[in-house]
Design a protein around this ligand. Structure first.
Ligand SMILES: NC(=O)c1ccc[n+]([C@@H]2O[C@H](COP(=O)([O-])OP(=O)(O)OC[C@H]3O[C@@H](n4cnc5c(N)ncnc54)[C@H](O)[C@@H]3O)[C@@H](O)[C@H]2O)c1
Length: 358
């Protein structure tokens, strides 16, 4: 077991700063270098770390120097979408493992670059899809393993967030992108439910954008399952990631109202549904949630994600999500636009595992 994972953090905007705060509480990890365009952000980051001798890098290309440092194990990327793959590829080429924010890549070509570099360098590359650690989702995974849903035939996921007055981190609307530029929060948890890349694979999609405001993408899997993905940040619709699962003996949905319906039982809603799902957490999840609550972390799913990432790197265990997941979940950005701009024409989805999904 490695005593410490040494981290170079690139990008100290809204997300990077929250990450920095969170890492004060992540056992076995230390941030040794910070990089950003802004001197002010670096000063703020340094202050947060208690001026603990952290190396600071300011400027457009200084992230390369962070990747080249001998004393770093993990490069953690929290910059804007367009720079993720470029930085991750270079970091892996410098022998570093990589954790990168969502989406990992903006095109199919970039997705292949991530996969090929990880294979060539034998480095790990995990996209930080924190919705895979949503406590309701982790409960649903526990119920699934116990067979409570029977065979799952359909799932729905989304990123629906009214960002009309504040674009936040969303770099593209449907109208300037064409399709769904931000698919991974919805798709990641679904791929875990359906065992995608582990016995099934995404085969093709068809996508339609309504008045360039809302994107709807339908995906078919090799084993005949269907997935609906939505993206909407242009209408007043309340925040929603759907998190919907339809099985032969059960149904679950987190948004807009937590609901669980199992054959032979009355439906349950809201807190009762959440508590029921969470009663199916495994022991490790329960321990991390308890830990996070004791520390008072503002967001449990981010805490669980980073604790599991660092624990796995220290123990040299496989990470929860692989470079194949990062590539597959991210490639929907380009493919949904390709389909939607051709009137919903079906588009094939590449098999980044080259057959190993079986
Ligand atoms: N998983 C989540 O829940 C979640 C939430 C928010 C944001 N995000 C993701 O986090 C990422 C960042 O989002 P944000 O809201 O923090 O954006 P932001 O614009 O606030 O921050 C980006 C930061 O990257 C820095 N940067 C850009 N180019 C750089 C370069 N060449 N070298 C060094 N630094 C550079 C900028 O100076 C800025 O501080 C995005 O990919 C976003 O999708 C994820």
């Amino acid at each position: 077991m490695k005593p410490l994972i040494r981290i170079g953090l690139i990008g100290l905007g809204q997300r990077g700063m929250v990450t920095l705060q969170r890492y004060q509480h992540i056992e076995g990890a230390r941030i040794v270098a910070l990089c950003d365009l802004s001197e002010q952000a670096l000063a703020q980051g340094e202050k947060l770390l208690g001026n603990a001798g952290t190396a600071l890098y300011q400027g457009e290309s200084r992230w390369r120097s962070v990747c080249e440092r001998e004393d770093i194990d993990l490069v953690y990327i929290c910059t804007d979408w367009a720079s993720h793959t470029r930085m991750a590829v270079y970091a892996m080429q410098q022998g570093k493992d990589v954790a990168l924010e969502v989406p990992a890549a903006m095109s199919v070509e970039e997705c292949w670059q991530l996969v090929e570099t990880a294979e060539q360098t034998h480095r790990r590359c995990m996209m930080l899809e924190n919705c895979c650690y949503d406590t309701f989702h982790l409960g649903i995974m526990g119920m699934l393993r116990k067979g409570l849903f029977g065979e799952v035939s359909h799932c729905e996921g989304a990123y629906i967030h009214d960002l009309r007055t504040d674009r936040g981190w969303v770099s593209y609307t449907v109208s300037d992108h064409g399709g769904n530029p931000y698919p991974t929060h919805g798709l990641g948890p679904i791929c875990q439910i359906l065992g995608i890349n582990h016995g099934d694979r995404l085969v093709s999609l068809t996508s339609i954008s309504g008045c360039n405001h809302v994107n709807n993408t339908l995906i078919q899997t090799e084993r005949g399952k269907s997935i609906l993905l939505q993206f909407d940040e242009r209408t007043p619709r309340p925040y929603n990631r759907l998190q919907t699962l339809c099985g032969t003996t059960g149904f679950a949905q987190k948004y807009p109202r937590p609901t669980i319906q199992l054959d032979g039982h009355s439906p349950i809603f809201d807190t009762e549904a959440e508590q029921f799902a969470e009663s199916h957490h495994d022991e490790a999840t329960r321990r991390l949630i308890e830990e996070g609550k004791q520390i008072g972390v503002p967001n449990l799913m981010n805490y669980i994600m980073d604790r599991r990432l660092i624990d796995a790197l220290r123990a040299d265990r496989p990470l929860d999500m692989t470079v194949y997941d990062a590539a597959l979940w991210s490639c929907i950005t380009e493919l949904s636009a390709r389909s939607a701009t051709q009137g919903g024409k079906p588009v094939d989805i590449p098999d980044f595992t080259r057959g190993r999904w079986q």
